[in-house]
Design a protein around this ligand. Structure first.
Ligand code: NCD
Ligand code: ZN
Length: 344
């Protein structure tokens, strides 16, 4: 196959950041995605309707001329979140609440320390017909970083899913065979997003031949059997698994550091790299469901009108991009070949 046309896709998990960074991140995503679920882990986090509305407006202002890109806003849960916060969020069109265990990832210090205390809030989210998006990792010091997703499933996710069968839950950026099996076995209100990096890479790509800070993200890359499980499940075209890039920009200096930040900035190549993976797997016919149908269906939103075309053509992902503040950022897969290209 030399080209493929798919309905316009959406990105069900990304980080735009704020301020002048939006002039970089919003065009990078809106070049091919119609909508995106915007993660709320700003500093300070987006914890109420007013903050989300203002943030949404800043994103809309950063759209390129003529773009009809639509940000879908989320609320950052803390142990101070009230039922009124959820009701107000629903009223202004916020589609989902995001659960970060405290300390799990970038800007999660203010997040949830006691999960059980949040059950009344989950009840309200369910009642309002909003979705619950979960960063599924425990954060205890004594739990090995490679086991944190599995431990979260066993310790928390199983209970949340059992207690709220009507609540739509997205297990975000899954990285393990255990997560795939959990989502498959769960009811139809449980789905998962999968990033390009977790389909393309495993922990050898992080650690062999030197530490590769630009492949460091959270949840951390796992061993190859887990990467394989993710590739196998997307190849089946199962509707519970859909696209969420987790594009998460950090300046070059913050990644190439003694204590480097977690996150891969993939917006300029994500749709192309997903196409590459589906092509490698011999299932390009499954790309459209994953990228353009299953996420919208799960969120109860209409599928997009219009199409994008990807062509089979080699190109090299840039070594770096200069941000609006003048600082460089190294995009995901920098300097590497990509075998598919968005036709513009
Ligand atoms: C994300 C970020 O930088 O905000 N980082 C990451 O490694 N994925 C946060 C997150 O989604 O965990
Ligand atoms: Zn993320």
């Amino acid at each position: 196959m030399t080209h493929i046309e798919i309905q316009i896709p959406d990105d069900w998990h990304l980080h735009f950041r704020d301020g002048d960074m939006l002039n970089e991140t919003v065009p990078a995503t809106s070049r091919c995605f119609k909508r995106a679920i915007v993660m709320p882990n700003l500093v300070p986090p987006v914890t109420n309707a007013k903050m989300a509305e203002e943030y949404s407006q800043r994103i809309l202002n950063a759209r390129p001329e003529g773009s009809d890109f639509e940000p879908l806003m989320t609320l950052y849960l803390t142990n101070e979140t009230t039922s009124e916060d959820i009701v107000e969020a629903k009223q202004v069109g916020i589609v989902a609440a995001k659960l970060y265990p405290a300390g799990a990832t970038t800007n999660s210090d203010a997040a949830v320390k006691s999960l059980d205390a949040l059950f009344p809030i989950f009840e309200e989210i369910q009642k309002q017909g909003m979705l619950l998006l979960i960063h599924g990792e425990v954060t205890d010091n004594h739990i090995d970083i490679f086991d944190r997703e599995k431990e979260f499933i066993d310790r928390h996710l199983t209970h949340i899913v059992a207690a709220f069968p009507e609540l739509k839950i997205v297990f975000e950026h899954i990285t393990t065979k255990d997560a795939v099996e959990f989502v498959l076995a769960a009811n139809d209100n449980v789905a998962a997003t999968i990033t390009p990096q977790h389909l393309l890479l495993n922990r050898n790509d992080l650690l062999v031949g030197g530490v590769r800070p630009h492949n460091y993200c959270l949840p951390v890359l796992k061993r190859n059997i887990h990467q394989q499980a993710l590739r196998e499940i997307v190849a089946t075209g199962n509707k519970k698994f859909f696209l969420g890039t987790d594009s998460a920009p950090h300046e070059k200096g913050k990644k190439e550091s003694a204590c480097g930040c977690a996150g891969c900035y993939s917006a300029w190549s994500a749709i192309e790299l997903y196409a590459q993976v589906f092509d490698e797997l011999g299932v390009l016919d499954k790309l459209e469901g994953f990228a353009s149908h299953y996420g919208a269906d799960f969120y109860g939103l209409p599928r997009n009108d219009g199409t994008i075309t990807l062509v089979k053509e080699d190109w090299t992902i840039p070594e770096q991009i200069i941000l609006p503040n003048g600082n460089p950022i190294v995009p995901f897969f920098a300097g590497k070949n990509c075998t598919w290209k968005l036709k513009v």
